[in-house]
Design a protein around this ligand. Structure first.
Ligand SMILES: [Zn+2]
Length: 356
């Protein structure tokens, strides 16, 4: 047996390809393990989680980078770069990128990535300067949500940063959308056509900035269940126009808002007028729009935020693939639990009673 094993070991002389995939695998497994443990019991921030990467995994990255060029090295570096972003280890991403740049595979473009306390931006077809610019816009949108609604949870896994994947396209086939499939974080897919700055609407009429505000509404709350979108996209439209208008007004003199004019067409004012004479209910698109309009006017967006935060703290509503799903019944309960004044509670009851 010993002779057989020895013979095998001799015959098995690992090539550089094997070595690269082995090191990449060690790194990737460590990232997956940390993310899975955090998802089971979310405590602390992603920065704290990223700092827990074991020395063995960090060493595996060193070894990978020290290897000679080979197709396996290219594969390993690309794999590790993606994995590094899953744990927001931008420095590791940049090391892999830098190694690629001085290899025979320097044509391979990993794109750019930057990180901020609340989010990570990944760009394909754009450079870090663009991401810096976009980060100002996105930060303003998040603060807009904070100041208007005050939601406490954004990411489906508490502590994990939001992700926006920005990609330069010749033509936008699919507008910005929430991509709920990632296991350990919430991500927005964001196509652009101008790599200099965020221009919205685009020349062919795509409201990218409003789209960002709208998709964040989906990230925060989905309604109904897998088969039935209870809110018929009205929720994200409502929070989207409110935040779009708010940010545009607050930052109208800011350099980063120069290319953005969405608020002219996507404003709460327009939304309000459209549903002025519609009676609220919880079943039709128009009725639900009127319901959000009435809540916005009568109890205010902060009260809606409080109700959602109350439901999140209890954390008993539905989750699909960790994404939080709510029902109008739960929203009503949340409002009744958090509103102080009797008169307002009665009003909420009346508004929701319009539905069946
Ligand atoms: Zn939508």
């Amino acid at each position: 047996m010993i002779t057989l094993l020895a013979a095998f070991a001799l015959a098995f002389c690992p090539t550089d390809d094997d070595k690269a995939s082995k090191q990449a695998e060690i790194y990737a497994e460590a990232v997956d393990k940390l993310n899975a443990a955090h998802a089971r019991n979310p405590k602390g921030t992603e920065a704290e989680l990223a700092a827990k990467l074991p020395a063995k995994a960090a060493k595996a990255l060193d070894k990978l980078i020290a290897l000679e060029d080979s197709p396996g090295l290219l594969e390993g570096l690309v794999y590790v770069a993606e994995k590094a972003l899953e744990l927001d280890r931008i420095e590791d991403f940049n090391r892999a990128k830098e190694r690629l740049a001085r290899s025979e595979f320097r044509e391979y473009d990993l794109g750019a990535a930057i990180t901020r306390p609340r989010f990570q931006l990944r760009g394909r077809g754009v450079d870090e300067d663009y991401l810096e610019h976009f980060s100002e816009v996105f930060q303003a949108v998040l603060e807009g949500y904070d100041e208007v609604f005050g939601f406490e949870e954004f990411s489906k896994v508490p502590g994990k940063k939001l992700r926006v994947r920005i990609h330069l396209e010749e033509k936008i086939e699919r507008p910005p959308h929430f991509a709920p499939q990632f296991e350990y974080h919430s991500e927005i897919d964001f196509p652009i056509v101008n790599a200099d700055e965020l221009v919205s609407p685009t020349s062919d009429g795509k409201f990218l900035f409003y789209g960002l505000c709208h998709e964040l509404g989906h990230v925060i709350a989905m309604w109904g269940d897998r088969a039935n979108e209870e809110d018929k996209h009205v929720w994200a439209h409502y929070t989207g126009v409110v935040v779009c208008e708010y940010v545009a007004e607050k930052h109208k003199k800011s350099r980063f808002m120069k290319g953005i004019r969405d608020e002219r067409w996507r404003s709460y004012e327009a939304f309000e007028k459209e549903f002025e004479d519609v009676p609220p209910n919880t079943t039709s698109r128009e009725g639900i729009s009127a319901l959000f309009r009435a809540l916005h006017e009568e109890v205010g967006p902060k009260a809606i935020g409080d109700a959602i935060n109350y439901l999140d703290e209890k954390d008993v509503r539905r989750r699909i693939n960790k994404v939080r799903y709510y029902t109008f019944r739960e929203l009503e309960d949340g409002l009744l639990e958090t509103l102080k004044k009797k008169k307002r509670k009665k009003l909420v009851k009346n508004l929701f009673a319009g539905g069946t």
